[in-house]
Design a protein around this ligand. Structure first.
Ligand code: NAD
Ligand code: UFG
Length: 340
């Protein structure tokens, strides 16, 4: 498919920007649509510094159907990668209508435009959150799905909407990618994760502790049924994750119907193992305190990776040290994120 044009929704965001780099390096034309509600336009220039090419960028809210229609009307688009959405679990519990409205309308508007302009291929950012509290690990794609928060339900519902759209459109093909825990940054240190305010997720929080912006990490619980009592997750390097999208596009080229695939490493690490790996990567101790469990957290979550290998010919290549070292490099080079 290289040489073809891919519309990337949410392409200025954390995973979207890394995927734009991989797409441009692989020879795709990239049209990025993002309203920058959780990202910065400087990302586009950083992408150009890495790849020598800039995506075509439109600052558009995907909930604005007419604006999106104008983009589809103006370009011949071959495929869509749909990242745009709100993603904070806790916030989704406080603002469920905002989450349902944004995440579902964005998905529906994209599919409506795709249908109108004959664009048949979509890769969708889903999440391991659709598995809820898994009965067994590693989690296979046919495991039961059940969500515990509105954010998760928007992923569950978007998966259903896309799957139904494929049933109704015989030429359509979709890949629902269920990400585990993306961390790390591009090796250039030019793009990375730039959360607003105090981070909720483990790695961005550790990064800010290492930079002296936060005093210590709170480890949420050491009484889980895991080897050291702290939560175990499948952390995956964001560049490996981004590469997975290229493989998904290639797969869709010869496919019809809707498939779902886990993107993880298949290996689980505990919070304390991540703290140790990050300390080694940055050469500093990361102070932490054990506190109570965080509401809604589960003990253990990691992916079965066979389907990704078999269907997409993809597997993760970078290890936990690469993830921590690249996150530290990004943090050092951009202490205030994209704000200079
Ligand atoms: P991000 O917030 O960095 O990127 C999402 C982008 O979408 C942002 O740039 C934001 O401005 C944009 N956006 C949101 N609503 C929009 C709208 N209505 N119109 C236009 N742009 C809009 O998040 P990310 O970490 O890069 O995640 C990308 C996708 O992957 C999301 O759908 C997220 O739910 C999913 N995901 C992320 C993780 C994770 O841990 N980061 C895990 C699983 C799934
Ligand atoms: N943790 C801490 N202290 C912190 C932050 C996190 O101890 O300050 C622990 C958590 O308790 C958990 C682990 O670190 O055991 C990972 O927590 P994250 O918040 O980084 O990630 P989650 O697994 O809770 O959730 C993430 C995304 C979700 C997504 C899910 C599966 O935030 O959106 O991965 O993909 F659904």
């Amino acid at each position: 498919m290289s040489g073809k044009t891919v519309l990337v929704s949410g392409g200025a965001g954390y995973i979207g920007s890394h995927t734009c780099v991989e797409l441009l390096n692989a020879g795709y034309e990239v049209i990025c649509v993002d309203d920058l509600r959780n990202s910065k336009e400087q990302v586009m220039e950083r992408i150009e510094r890495i790849t020598g090419k800039q995506p075509i960028f439109f600052r558009i809210d995907l909930c604005n159907y007419d604006a999106l229609d104008r983009v589809f009307h103006s370009y011949k688009i071959d495929a869509v990668i749909h990242f745009a959405g709100l993603k904070a679990v806790g916030e989704s519990v406080e603002k469920p209508l905002e989450y349902y409205s944004n995440n579902l309308n964005a998905t529906i508007n994209l599919l409506r435009c795709m249908e109108l302009y004959g664009v048949n291929k979509i890769v969708f950012s889903s999440s391991a959150t659709v598995y809820g509290n898994p009965k067994t690990v590693p989690i296979t794609e046919d495991a039961d799905r059940w969500c515990t928060n509105p954010y998760g339900w928007t992923k569950y519902m978007s998966e259903q909407i896309i799957s139904d759209w494929c049933v109704a459109n015989k030429d359509a093909s979709a890949m629902l990618l269920r990400y585990f825990n993306p961390i790390g940054a591009h090796k250039s240190g030019l793009i990375g994760e730039d959360p607003n305010g105090i981070p909720n997720n483990l790695l961005p929080y550790i990064c800010q502790v290492s930079a002296g912006k936060l005093e210590y990490l709170r480890v949420y619980g050491d009484d889980y049924d895991t080897p050291d009592g702290t939560g175990v997750r499948d952390y995956i390097h964001v560049v490996d994750l981004a590469r997975g999208h290229i493989n998904a596009l290639k797969y869709l080229d010869g496919a019809s119907g809707c498939e779902c695939v886990n993107l993880g490493t298949g290996v689980g690490y505990s919070v304390l193992e991540v703290v140790k790996a990050y300390s080694e990567a940055c050469g500093k101790e990361i102070p932490y305190k054990i506190v109570g469990r965080r509401a809604g957290d589960i003990a253990t979550c990691y992916a079965a990776t066979d389907k990704a290998r078999e269907l997409l010919n993809w597997q993760a290549e970078l290890n936990l040290h690469d993830m921590c070292a690249s996150a530290y490099n990004w943090q050092c080079k951009n202490p205030n994120g994209y704000e200079q």
